[in-house]
Design a protein around this ligand. Structure first.
Ligand code: CO
Length: 134
């Protein structure tokens, strides 16, 4: 399977405005966009860093995946995302390798990208996202 790039590192935050301001003042970085992704129950901000992004995720409510993550673990690293050229081929390969897929088929994420998640179980404890950019 071909990984093109580390697309983003996602951090779960309780307050997106506050997190953006902290990254702005500490690291002098600026989000290039901010988007509500209803289907994932998050508002996200993407901050470019080199060829990748820092993705700050604020849950839209407590009964969302990121809301439950925050309640359980507090703020912190949530997932890593790799850009792939062909997400269906990547998912087929991972399924054949015995990876536990959260999404057996791609769905639409931020930036209109096609995305799919791989469960941290059996993946060295890391929630992993595949991204095929539009
Ligand atoms: Co992500």
């Amino acid at each position: 399977m071909l990984l093109l790039n580390l697309d983003h590192v996602a951090i779960a935050v309780a307050d997106l405005d506050e997190a953006i301001e902290r990254y702005r003042s500490r690291y002098r970085v600026e989000p290039i966009y901010r988007e509500i992704v209803e289907q994932q129950g998050v508002e996200e901000a993407m901050i470019p860093v080199g060829g990748s992004y820092l993705q700050l995720l604020q849950p839209l409510g407590p009964e969302t995946p990121v809301g439950r993550f925050l309640a359980r673990h507090g703020e912190g690293l949530h997932h890593l995302a790799y850009a792939v050229p062909d997400i269906e081929a990547a998912l087929a390969h991972l399924a054949a390798e015995g990876a536990e897929l959260i999404d057996s088929e791609p769905r639409i994420g931020g930036r209109g990208a096609r995305i799919a998640f791989v469960h941290p179980r059996g993946s060295n404890g890391v929630l992993t996202e595949l991204v095929e950019l539009a």
